[in-house]
Design a protein around this ligand. Structure first.
Ligand code: ADP
Length: 244
């Protein structure tokens, strides 16, 4: 694997019930960058993320994560994953949720409680840590899922639409935190359909109908499209693909 490449997705095809969802997707993700997978709903972003974490098999091509051919549970300790739907235990408190997942990663005892409160503080839930999750709003659940993904300080953080239902002030706090994590040498893959979030990413892959239609820094993508915004670029590359 090339030096500094954390995720290497090589020419993959993915199907669900014989329907092609991803076609010839090829992307390398480097250490220490925030890469945004940008595309409309149904484009295939979640499917790509699931392939990277080993939850979905490919029909063609190869995926390597930290040099492991096809991700397995062994690499999961290095990955923090925030899914699009929150996988939380409703009847117990937020803190107990965090502690439960902490234990899965071998974080136990006093250190576990300290770390749990630290991540809850990061997502502004330190005052609500004792509430049962069933009494949480959708946004609070998203925040709790992020806290859990951050808990074991993973080398690779994969966030599927992390800011859905999050108010603008907290959204900014999330992005500040992503920046801090990146500056600590970690890698973040984030899916979004929100154009303004795209500008905060170091690299972008524009995804439409299961294909990467453009890839590069936001500036490169905009300049090569001849447009002024990411939205312009998205339309340009969508049309270009459509004309093929
Ligand atoms: P995105 O994350 O960009 O919204 P997804 O990867 O969730 O896109 O979905 C891409 C396509 O794959 C959609 O057409 C969706 O209906 C289909 N799909 C996703 N998950 C499944 C599944 N479990 N079974 C069948 N089709 C699926």
């Amino acid at each position: 694997m090339n030096k500094g490449v954390v995720v290497d997705v090589a020419n993959i095809d993915v199907t669900y019930n014989k329907t092609r969802i991803l076609s010839n997707v090829d992307i390398k993700i480097k250490e220490g960058e925030i890469i945004g997978l940008l595309g409309p709903s149904g484009a295939g972003k979640t499917t790509l993320v699931k392939v990277i974490i080993g939850m979905k098999e490919v029909d063609k091509g190869e995926v390597k994560v930290f040099d492991n051919k096809m991700p397995t549970l062994d690499v999961s300790k290095d990955i923090g994953y925030m899914a699009q739907s929150d996988a939380l235990y409703d009847d117990i408190s937020a803190l107990d949720n965090v502690l439960f997942f902490g234990e899965l990663y071998g974080i136990k005892g006093e250190a576990a409680k300290e770390r749990a409160m630290e991540v809850l503080r990061l997502v502004n839930l330190d005052k609500d840590f004792n509430k049962a999750v069933k009494n949480y709003s959708g946004g609070m659940k998203r925040r709790l899922s992020l806290a859990i993904a951050l808990l074991h300080n993973p080398k690779l953080l994969i966030l599927d639409e992390p800011t859905v239902g999050i108010d603008p002030i907290l959204r900014k706090k999330f992005w500040d935190e992503f920046e801090r994590i990146k500056n600590a040498g970690r890698t973040i893959i984030v899916t979004t359909h929100v154009m303004d979030e795209a500008y905060k990413c170091d690299k972008l892959a524009l995804i439409r109908d299961g294909e990467i239609i453009s890839e590069g820094t936001p500036k490169e993508i905009i300049e090569s499209s001849g447009g002024k915004t990411i939205e312009d670029a998205f339309l340009f590359y969508s049309r270009e693909k459509g004309d093929e």
